[in-house]
Write a protein that binds this ligand. Structure first.
Ligand SMILES: Nc1nc2c(ncn2[C@@H]2O[C@H](COP(=O)(O)OP(=O)(O)OP(=O)(O)O)[C@@H](O)[C@H]2O)c(=O)[nH]1
Length: 414
């Protein structure tokens, strides 16, 4: 239960290991191992109540709590968390084994205990491998939790099971290897050592309970704050994204605005993408819609035209609205003939029928002027100006057509 809870912490909203994880899970796991150790010890000597040296017993608790906290602390470092579990496994297993053998040394017994080095080595190996597996499963659990994948629960359960089995195996191996030589121990002879009698078991259980309560308390307050911070952070990021979108898009048609267009073109220039065609589109006769049916209908028409432009251009270009009934389309890495085809398709679509809520509009057309990068200029302002001049040239020549900028025929206004 203590092991499961110590892994469960990361599910409660924390997507990334946070310093409160070692703070909470370390003591939780440490106390779990500690309690398990003393239960196994007592089970192993069920015919009489074992007595323990207080200082050594408390020190064994401290070792395992600090060790487990440091072990979980390794998860705060990306490198140790992801690939290299050796350091964390050494800390975890060292503290668990340290607690176990110090706990064994804490027993005040009338018998002299002999140890078997082979079993000790085996128990150390078992606990080290256990922690390596547990750490891998814990890392997978974190990955799944971050993805909101319910498989995280299986990894959590897996880590718990592995730990239960490994710690129990270490305790059983580490307890089985002892046997009595039948001689009186030094500690018993001295009689000066403080020891834990069975009556002290209650305060001890209370102490462990207190540790549990304390960590739950820390966890609750820290996590509450962390959760609300995470929520605020998320809201702030969303609001920032909204603001950024609003600053870069036209509020009526949701097309990119002049600012966004400028940024987009500068990015393409910096990537040396050429040739790059800038189509300046101005609707012919749009004012009439406003004058006859009002601005709301004019707005409705602008939205429909914007959608249509986006549909026609698709992935082949970038559509922006720079004001009133003026749109810019950027098309790159195409032959001039292909660009003329796109422009003609746009003209034919714009002069189609529009079913609006109050009326049907079928008299619209457009004038399109085209400038080319790098042929007509190297910066956004010059290219837009030249495309604009070409567009007005078409307006003067009778509208509803497309032309490329020509320096001789279309001198720039001084
Ligand atoms: N409904 C609506 N109208 C707008 C908006 N922005 C600008 N306008 C109007 O769009 C019209 C654009 O003017 P012009 O381009 O001179 O009108 P036009 O009839 O297309 O004239 P030509 O381009 O010479 O054919 C003006 O009447 C503006 O008031 C808008 O967001 N919504």
């Amino acid at each position: 239960m203590a092991f499961y809870v110590s892994f469960w912490v990361c599910k409660t909203g924390v997507r990334k290991p946070h310093f409160c994880w070692p703070l909470f899970s370390g003591p939780m796991m440490g106390c779990g191992i500690w309690v398990l150790h003393y239960m196994v010890m007592q089970a192993h000597h069920h015919n009489h109540v074992l007595r323990y040296d207080i200082m050594k017993t408390l020190l064994s608790l401290l070792i395992v709590v600090v060790g487990c906290s440091l072990g979980f602390g390794c998860f705060l470092f990306k490198k140790l968390r992801k690939n290299n579990h050796i350091v964390a496994a050494l800390i975890f297993s060292g503290s668990a084994a340290g607690m176990h053998y110090l706990g064994m040394a804490a027993v005040i017994s009338s018998e002299d205990w002999k140890v078997n080095n082979g079993y000790i080595a085996l128990s150390l190996g078992v606990i080290f491998v256990t922690y390596l597996i547990m750490l891998r499963l814990t890392y997978q659990m974190l990955v799944m939790t971050r993805r909101n994948d319910s498989f995280a629960n299986f990894y959590r359960l897996g880590a718990t099971t592995v730990l239960c089995m490994g710690v129990s195996a270490m305790h059983i191996l580490g307890t089985n290897h002892t046997h009595s030589s039948g001689m009186m121990s030094q500690s018993m002879e001295m009689h000066t050592v403080d020891y834990i009698e069975d009556t002290i078991a209650i305060p001890l259980v209370m102490l462990v309970g207190l540790v549990f309560l304390l960590v739950i308390f820390i966890w609750f307050f820290d996590f509450k704050e962390r959760l609300s911070n995470e929520k605020l952070k998320k809201e702030l990021i969303e609001k920032n994204l909204q603001l950024k979108k609003m600053a870069q898009h036209d509020s009526l048609t949701h097309l990119p605005n002049r600012f966004y267009l400028q940024k987009h073109l500068n990015t393409l220039f910096s990537k040396q993408i050429n040739p790059l065609f800038i189509l300046f589109i101005d609707l012919d006769g749009f004012k009439r819609v406003n004058d006859v049916w009002g601005h709301a209908i004019g707005d409705e028409l602008l939205v429909k035209i914007s959608q249509m432009l986006k549909d026609v251009v698709g992935n082949e270009g970038f559509v922006a609205r720079i004001g009133g009934d003026e749109f810019i389309i950027e098309v790159s890495q195409k032959e001039k003939q292909e660009v003329i085809k796109i422009a003609q398709k746009l003209l034919s679509k714009i002069s189609g029928r529009y079913e609006l809520s109050a009326t049907t509009v079928d008299f619209l057309s457009a004038s399109i002027g085209v400038s080319v990068y790098p042929e007509h200029g190297q910066d956004v302002a010059t290219l837009l100006k030249k495309a604009d001049v070409a567009m007005y040239y078409i307006k003067d020549k009778g509208k509803n057509n497309v032309t490329f900028y020509d320096e001789i025929e279309m001198p720039l206004p001084i």
